[in-house]
Design a protein around this ligand. Structure first.
Ligand code: GLN
Length: 232
């Protein structure tokens, strides 16, 4: 079984090691005996529409606005997500999946409307460790690092990924959003190195099968260390 994974605009969207999510997906796929074909799409390149899994990272405000307008003009990511492809989007990538997000101007920037979310500004920038309890099917504490100015509000067609235990997340006590096979989150880290359960969930969606989680002791130890710093 081979999965096509598209890394979207890593030159624009890839702050705080988010490129590591692609490496984590390749690693977890190998553990599960899945082959992954990685396609990097740079700004100006067309986004392939028939891939199984799309990954977007975080970015500065200007890079985020440029990425959103290029992806809106291209249209393929929205069509792929609407057709059931799996998507992981971090921070700026998460915000731009919604209806709008703020940039340096007073007019909100339109997003891709893949997730039923809207982002405006937090009273104070959120910087630091973030931990959130995720519900089924992840059913575990998620760990990561956040650095953003956005407060994200979920509409009825999106479900929060988790409940914040430490940090800010969406700004209302919830963290991230999910709908169908799409996950958006404020967790950098990289997210999938710290939370391999999310990697397996995405790979299972992409492969059309449910994967049984394979534990790696060094990752469990890393997670425990990171969580101890904020939860004690
Ligand atoms: N520019 C966005 C914000 O500050 C996203 C930041 C990020 O991706 N780290 O909210």
């Amino acid at each position: 079984m081979s999965i096509t994974l598209v890394s979207i605009y890593p030159t624009l969207l890839g702050t705080y090691g988010d490129g590591g999510n692609v490496m984590a997906l390749q690693h977890r796929a190998r553990l599960h005996g899945l082959e992954v074909d990685v396609v990097q799409v740079d700004p100006g390149d067309p986004v392939p529409e028939a891939a199984d899994l799309y990954v977007l990272g975080g970015g500065e405000d200007s890079a985020q606005t440029a990425a959103a307008s290029a992806l809106r003009a291209d249209g393929a990511l929205k069509r792929a997500a609407d057709n059931g492809a799996a998507v992981l989007a971090i921070c700026a990538g998460y915000q731009l999946l919604g209806e709008y997000f703020p940039d340096s101007t007073s007019t909100p920037t339109p997003g891709l409307e893949i997730l039923d979310i809207r982002t405006d500004r937090l009273p104070k920038r959120a910087v630091g460790e973030l931990a959130a309890t995720a519900k089924d099917p992840l059913d575990q504490i998620l760990t990561g690092y956040e650095n953003h100015a956005g407060a994200t509000h979920l509409g009825p067609d999106a479900t929060a990924l988790g409940v914040v235990r430490s940090g800010i997340g969406n700004g209302d006590g919830s963290e991230g959003a999910t709908a169908g096979h799409v996950i958006g989150t404020y967790l950098h880290g990289p997210c999938l190195a710290r939370n391999p359960q999310i990697a397996d969930l995405l790979l299972g969606w992409a492969a059309g099968t449910r994967l049984t989680f394979i534990e790696e002791p060094e990752v469990t130890q890393l997670r425990e260390e990171r969580l101890r710093t904020v939860l004690g």
